[in-house]
Write a protein that binds this ligand. Structure first.
Ligand SMILES: C[S@@+](CC[C@H](N)C(=O)[O-])C[C@H]1O[C@@H](n2cnc3c(N)ncnc32)[C@H](O)[C@@H]1O
Length: 170
């Protein structure tokens, strides 16, 4: 399966990793490994997970093939990175690197319904999504499920905004 080529969304989250990475980090949906590689500069241990068996293995990073947290050992992470597949499904096109479900936010919602068990009490999640994912839906979901969140950064590219959130336990 093709591996996601790093793009503006990867760069948006990558540039903030130095301010958040410490201790044990998980790079969810690692793709090319660009974020795991960056996290390795600042964290003690880095795990990377992807549903795509062809995702890149980065030296020094523990890779796990996994649908979200299904194969992740019961570890509490200091930081979880997720440049999520965030676009609403396009009819007839299948690409788990891009499409996050009918509305675009389904994979993100599934991720957050599993993430609590894997995050330290003072841990953080860095999440990337797009204006196509509908920010108000993300906000509503996070609030309803007792997550705290703030917008860390945003970049505008052609037709969309790419948004970076820092999310923590409420
Ligand atoms: C937008 S790409 C990001 C890749 C890389 N982290 C980056 O920033 O360039 C999303 C990644 O999430 C992976 N992914 C999609 N659904 C997943 C799932 N259910 N569990 C784990 N990884 C998933 C895709 O295979 C893809 O590598």
């Amino acid at each position: 399966m093709d591996v996601y080529e790093p793009a503006e969304d990867s760069e948006l989250i990558k540039k903030h990793i130095k301010d958040f990475a410490r201790g044990i980090v998980l790079d969810m949906g690692t793709g090319s490994g660009i974020l795991a590689k960056e996290a390795l500069k600042y964290a003690k241990t880095v795990y990377a997970a992807d549903i795509n068996p062809d995702a890149k293995r980065v030296e020094g990073v523990k890779f796990i093939e996994s649908d979200l947290f299904s194969n992740i050992p019961k570890i509490k992470f200091d930081l979880i990175l997720f440049n999520a597949p965030y676009l609403p499904n396009d009819e007839g096109i299948e690409d788990p690197a891009l499409y996050g479900g009918k509305e675009g936010h389904e994979t993100i919602f599934r991720f957050f319904s599993q993430a609590k068990e894997f995050l330290k009490a003072d841990g953080k999640i860095l999440l990337v999504f797009s204006s196509f994912t509908k920010q108000d839906k993300i906000d509503e979901f996070l609030t309803k499920n007792n997550w705290k969140f703030e917008e860390v950064d945003k970049v505008h590219i052609s037709f969309e905004d790419i948004i970076l959130y820092s999310v923590s336990l409420g």
